[in-house]
Design a protein around this ligand. Structure first.
Ligand code: SAM
Length: 268
């Protein structure tokens, strides 16, 4: 348990405020301006709740309204941190109608925290259109950074991180997936994709056939209890997985085109 100076020994601290020194607190509070609406883009954990940042907690506490992709999930997260806030849904299905409502609230002066189901809002989940609308209307848009699966996966992949291309979800349709991989075949930067466990075996087959037997990392359930990272050539990962039916959330990190890949792709 944490203790801070000035508190009697053995007395537990109140988590957020007491961990911040006065100086840091002033600095992190400086983006609060109650006279105008603000849209905060608040990142939340992709699994492990300890990855919630102190600033995200403070912004959620101070927000007038939380716009959440999944109000149930975000409700549970807020409950875990003992934060009570009005929640409203903002997801792909109601995005176009809801963004006008949220804009009106921002114009009234509300501080709105946008939260996605997990990770950073707008990265392969709703957010972009609301952010764009807020910018068009002169509303300050403030990032509250934190976890995102794409960066988390890249950071443990062991593949070059200096330049990378994130393509979001691989297309669901086979033809579109193959076309995309063909278009990316020449790219030298590390490639990153989100993929569903239902399509992973087909995706690995196409990756092997179209991109060649490249080095890659298949990451699964990062930061969660069953976190797993398979590293190696595409064919080695296929062998490692074998008949296992992998479940959970996955991010694929694949080597960009190198001279080595070309050798591995050459017909035997
Ligand atoms: N906005 C989120 C972010 O910043 O990470 C991504 C949202 S996208 C709808 C969800 C996809 O991210 C999942 O289908 C999976 O491909 C990937 N993902 C999310 N959590 C993950 C995790 N813990 N481990 C690996 N991949 C994950």
């Amino acid at each position: 348990m944490f203790e801070t100076k000035g508190k009697p020994a053995g007395q537990p601290v109140r988590v957020v405020e007491d961990l911040l020194s006065e100086e840091i607190r002033d600095e992190v509070m400086s983006d609060s301006n109650p006279s105008q609406g603000i849209l905060y883009i608040v990142s939340t954990p992709i699994g492990n709740r300890e990855d919630m940042t102190l600033r995200a907690l403070r912004v959620l506490k101070e927000a007038d309204l939380v716009a959440a992709e999944d109000t149930r999930n975000t409700g549970l997260l807020l409950k875990h941190y003992q934060i009570q806030k009005p929640l409203t849904s903002y997801f792909e299905g109601n995005e176009s109608k809801k963004k006008e409502f949220l804009l009106a609230k921002l114009k009234e002066g509300l501080r709105i925290a946008l939260v996605s189901d997990a990770g950073t809002p707008g990265i392969s989940d709703p957010g972009f259109r609301l952010i764009q609308l807020a910018i068009q209307h002169g509303i300050p848009v403030i990032p509250v950074p934190g976890p995102s699966a794409v960066i988390t996966a890249l950071s443990v992949s062991g593949l070059p991180t200096d330049a990378f291309l994130f393509e979001g979800f691989l297309p669901h349709k086979l033809k579109k997936r193959r076309e995309l991989l063909q278009r990316l075949e020449e790219i030298r930067e590390t490639l990153i994709f989100y993929e569903s466990p239902h399509r992973i075996s087909g995706a690995l087959k196409d990756i092997l056939e179209i991109l060649g037997d490249r080095e890659m990392a298949l990451t699964r359930e990062l930061t969660k209890v069953y976190e797993e990272v398979f590293r190696g050539k595409v064919s080695e990962i296929q062998r490692q997985i074998g008949d296992r039916k992998l479940k959970g959330e996955m991010t694929l990190v694949i080597s960009g085109r190198t001279r080595r890949n070309l050798i591995d792709k050459a017909p035997q």
